[in-house]
Design a protein around this ligand. Structure first.
Ligand SMILES: C[S@@+](CC[C@H](N)C(=O)[O-])C[C@H]1O[C@@H](n2cnc3c(N)ncnc32)[C@H](O)[C@@H]1O
Length: 467
């Protein structure tokens, strides 16, 4: 078997990235956009040491779960990996992905207790992240192709609400390549790099990321946006760096009050252009309610909320607890959390600390343990998961409960493996499976929250109880 061969086989299972997995003559092939049980002819794109990658040529026997994707750039843009599967099938794939991650990474056979999803499985995103580039002599506005910086041009998107269609139209009109240029990654010239929009309750923050300190004629853009969106803030973000991080350090408010005011769960708070907000408001609300329910805190509990963002969850938890600490690295989010505490009369119950969790949590967990307080540790880290020193300090000081919210099933499985002693740690490194675990924590439940229908992503909520 070699590159460019056409192979035919049955899809045996679905991989972590939503792709079909085929086992042919001792080689495992990963082929996107296939479903389990389908007979597929695919072209070999790459093959090395028993691992191959392929591209579908034709599907000879289709799965009954296959549906027609309602998107004309499906499989070109990197956004949705599962739009070709009906929704029940998508949820089953995600369930299996999480179970497989636990089995493979920490040797645990887990049950998934519940899978929660919203009513809206299309048009659910409250955030639009639009690359703008000059490529092949043209301005392109759209989404990046998977694993690439090629822009696939779009007019609308199945998982974005209709406001995104309006924004895309306005940006395409504004960045004409003459008066307002688009960034070219090769020459490093051109002005507009990205447009990032956050929407909550019909209130909008539009951030235009530019390779320069000002945008000539930006008032034309603001006027066009105001014709469609009355509650609006517009920022310029200056990013002259040659890297893949979207935002540069400097935000300049060009229009509006710069924040979105939100009222949820009896808490009033504000978010800015950099605050982390889950992209699916409906399912995020379900998730937060379940975190509070599982935490099951009494008035004598202290909560330590690691990776706490703008502090909404910290505030919800603080209402039930003696005290809640939030630890978050982004200053803007901590400022929002402090304002939230003040505005909601929670300043004596809630304290937000701006620092990396790995620097603060070990001491904080130890201090609360020494004070003899009952503690719940909530962890909601980014994709890379929780730093090992934080997990080790939890194992040393033993908070009563650990609630772990994860966007990466792989990082979750690794970290739960450490917390349940299924993974062995030596010299501050994970060294492999532990054959004779002696656990301090028991994994009592794993539930899933589909914040990201039609994509490969899934949010998990794991609960650990001290044995
Ligand atoms: C998945 S978000 C969760 C935020 C919050 N719990 C929520 O639901 O809105 C992860 C958060 O961790 C923050 N973060 C990333 N690395 C961090 C670190 N090393 N220490 C503290 N916070 C960090 C990010 O800025 C982000 O706000």
């Amino acid at each position: 078997m070699k590159k460019n061969d056409l192979l035919t086989g049955f899809c045996d299972e679905i991989g972590f990235n939503g792709e079909g997995i085929f086992h042919i003559e001792g080689t495992t092939f990963f082929v996107p956009y296939c479903l389990r049980g389908e007979l597929v002819t695919f072209k070999v794109l790459k093959i090395k040491k028993g691992i191959g990658y392929g591209k579908v040529e034709s599907i000879l026997e289709k799965s009954p779960d296959r549906t027609e994707p309602n998107c004309n750039v499906f499989s070109k843009c990197g956004g949705c990996q599962l739009l070709h599967a009906n929704y029940d099938c998508q949820l089953n794939i995600k369930k299996q992905t999480v179970k497989n991650a636990f089995k493979k990474i920490c040797g645990l056979d887990i049950n998934i207790d519940s899978v929660y999803h919203g009513e809206n499985i299309y048009g659910y995103r409250n955030k639009l992240q639009l690359p703008v580039r000059e490529q092949n002599g043209r301005v392109k506005v759209g989404f990046f192709r998977e694993n690439s910086h090629d822009v696939v041009e779009i007019d609308s998107c199945a998982i974005q609400p209709s406001w995104a269609t309006e924004i895309i139209k306005i940006i395409k009109n504004f960045v004409d390549g003459k008066k307002v240029t688009a960034y070219n990654e090769t020459t490093k010239k051109g002005l507009i790099r990205h447009v990032v929009v956050r929407e909550i309750d019909n209130k909008f923050i539009v951030t235009v990321v530019a390779n320069g300190d000002k945008i000539m004629g930006v008032n034309r853009l603001i006027e066009a946006l105001l014709q469609k969106f009355s509650d609006l803030s517009v920022y310029l973000n200056v990013n002259k760096k040659d890297d893949n991080i979207i935002f540069g350090d400097r935000f300049v408010l060009l229009y509006g009050n710069g924040k979105i005011a939100i009222s949820e769960f009896g808490i009033n708070y504000e978010v800015g252009p950099q605050s982390f907000v889950q992209v699916n408001t409906e399912v995020k609300n379900l998730l937060y309610q379940k975190v509070v329910e599982f935490a099951d805190i009494g008035g004598d509990y202290v909560v330590i909320d690691g990776y706490s963002g703008a502090g909404v969850l910290t505030a919800m938890l603080s209402k039930k607890a003696k005290k809640a600490y939030g630890v978050e690295i982004i200053k803007e989010a901590v400022d929002s959390a402090n304002k939230l505490a003040k505005d909601n009369g929670l300043s004596d119950k809630m304290e937000s600390i701006c620092a990396p969790c790995e620097d603060i949590l070990p001491d904080l967990i130890e201090r609360e343990a020494k004070n003899g307080n009952k503690t719940v540790l909530v962890l909601d880290p980014p994709r890379k998961g929780v730093e090992l020193n934080v997990l080790l300090s939890a194992l040393k000081c033993k908070p009563d409960k650990i609630i772990y919210v994860a966007c990466s099933p792989q990082s979750l499985a690794r970290d739960i493996g450490v917390l349940t002693d299924n993974l062995q740690v030596e010299d501050n490194k994970i060294t492999g499976l532990n054959k004779t675990p002696n656990p301090v924590y028991e994994l009592t439940s794993v539930s899933l929250f589909d914040l990201f229908p039609h994509t490969k992503h899934i949010e998990s909520l794991a609960v650990l109880r001290k044995i």
